[in-house]
Design a protein around this ligand. Structure first.
Ligand SMILES: Cc1ncc(COP(=O)(O)O)c(C=O)c1O
Length: 466
């Protein structure tokens, strides 16, 4: 079907019509008064069916252009959070729409582990090839959520370590919301009411205020756990840039020291890249940090559209451990593969790549705001016991961007996000105290000047402070 002239012409017509319609989206726009009721009705239906209201009264219209998204009330906003990191190429990208259209006329909506088509193989091959240079990674098992990729990862590690029951993880980490992942993730609310049967040994994560001291504290506690529980750890799981925990980007030397200590004890090293995948200065954050030799397992999701667990030959599990009815949707597999190809073929990566330039634009604009409004950026308090430097107010890496106003107080950051939303920017927060403004922009389609415009709106929202 892909080589059929009728199909090509039909797809060309559809994508052409989309592009013509997209020409109407040129910038942020206020709601259309005639459509405000449509949005309000949809928001209350969502709250009713779900049992609670969402953070924003957000319902998309299904239409957008690049970094701009149109809501059900006709308003247009900058999307600086992309469904928490999913829509890396923004809204209505014509090339991805074409890929999706071609995939949509194949014979099945879903592909599974018993029966799949070529899209499932090609997706896994493309992801694996991108991850492979310099590593021993050998296999890729796709699935439908980041939490499930991590469940599969945990099972693989436990089986490899002959049922070792314990997991080494970090303060403030996040792994998803299955029963096991809610227990490993360090969010008290996520564990409430859950029987705690997963044995987790928490280590302090990299602290930007005291890198040296933080390494000593982590290694000391790690040694204590290794002595206390010999051969009982199935893995150490590391988010190289902590996502939900506050966009803390660990330095390579720190990760290497901790991971090598685990390797010496025979414990597999697992990088959870579900949030960082695709977004930083290389496709994988472990590549940006030069940690290829330490990757026994990597989990990815979000921007890849279909999630996956990637692992070495040594970790390849016995038959029967992994499966599921669904492997991924045909459209998701095709679009996910196309995204990976475009990220690799384009100018996304490298020290002067698109993601680095976007981050630089964010950094410059954020510094400007901080210098003009020092009163909004008081010192941030953290639980670092021996701070030798002030907590940096700007952080993250590449398309993971953090800014910490108001001393990291959530009670002030949430209202700021709502004022920013009303001005035309969808963003979110991260961290567990201190809290931060979090931006996960559509890195594939945004320009540095778009980031500057968004940051101008942020300053306006700060001006409106009551
Ligand atoms: C680092 C990390 N791991 C795992 C997950 C879980 O992914 P999902 O929400 O697709 O289950 C997330 C989601 O935010 C994440 O940030």
């Amino acid at each position: 079907m892909t080589a059929c002239p009728d199909v090509d012409a039909a797809i060309e017509g559809l994508v052409g019509a989309l592009k013509r319609h997209q020409a109407t989206i040129t910038g942020v726009r206020a709601p259309d008064p005639g459509r405000t009721q449509v949005l309000e009705d949809a928001v209350s239906r969502l709250a009713s069916v779900r049992g609670r209201a969402g953070f924003y009264p957000y319902i998309g219209s299904g239409f957008g252009r690049g970094g701009l998204v149109q809501l059900a009330d006709g308003s247009v906003k900058w999307d600086m959070i992309t469904g928490i990191g999913v829509h890396g190429f923004g809204h209505g990208d014509p090339d991805l729409v074409e890929t999706a259209l071609r995939a949509s006329i194949t014979d099945t909506v879903m592909q599974g582990n018993l029966m799949c088509n070529d899209e499932a193989i090609s997706f896994a091959e493309t992801l694996l090839e991108a991850s492979r240079p310099g590593t021993r990674l050998a296999h890729c098992f796709p699935c439908t959520s980041g939490a499930l990729a991590n469940e599969n990862g945990l099972k693989i590690c436990m089986q490899h370590r002959c049922g070792a029951p314990r997991v080494l993880a970090f303060d403030h980490n996040f792994m998803g919301r299955t029963i096991a992942m809610s227990q490993i993730g360090d969010i008290p609310g996520g564990r409430q009411g859950i029987p705690l049967d997963t044995l987790v040994d928490y280590l302090p994560f990299y602290e930007e205020q005291d890198p040296e001291g933080s390494l000593q504290r982590t290694l000391t506690l790690l040694d204590r756990y290794l002595w206390r529980y010999p051969h009982q750890h199935s893995c150490i799981v590391i988010e190289l840039v902590q996502g939900e925990g506050g966009f803390v980007a660990a330095k390579a030397a720190w990760v290497r020291a901790v991971a090598e200590r685990c390797r010496e004890a025979g414990i597999p090293v697992w990088f959870d890249e579900v949030q960082s995948f695709g977004r930083t200065e290389r496709m994988f954050r472990f590549q940006a940090l030069g940690l290829e030799d330490l990757a026994d397992m990597v989990s990815v999701g979000k921007m890849s559209q279909v999630c996956a667990t990637i692992y070495t030959e040594e970790l390849n599990p016995k038959p029967g451990l992994l499966s599921a009815t669904f492997l991924g949707g045909t459209v998701g597999l095709s679009v996910g593969r196309r995204i990976i190809q475009r990220l690799l073929e384009g100018d996304s990566y490298g020290d002067d790549g698109r993601h680095a330039r976007l981050h630089a634009a964010f950094h410059a604009a954020a510094e400007g705001i901080i210098s003009r409004r020092p009163q909004d950026f008081p010192e941030v308090e953290t639980d670092c016991p021996t701070p030798c430097e002030a907590f940096p107010l700007i952080g993250g890496a590449g398309g993971m961007m953090r800014l910490t106003p108001y001393g990291g107080r959530l009670a002030a950051i949430k209202p700021l996000l709502h004022r920013l939303y009303d001005l035309g920017v969808v963003a979110f927060f991260c961290g567990h105290g201190p809290h931060h403004l979090r931006f996960l922009p559509p890195v594939g389609v945004m320009q540095p000047e778009d980031i500057t415009e968004v940051m101008g709106l942020l300053e306006q929202a700060m001006d409106q402070e009551a």
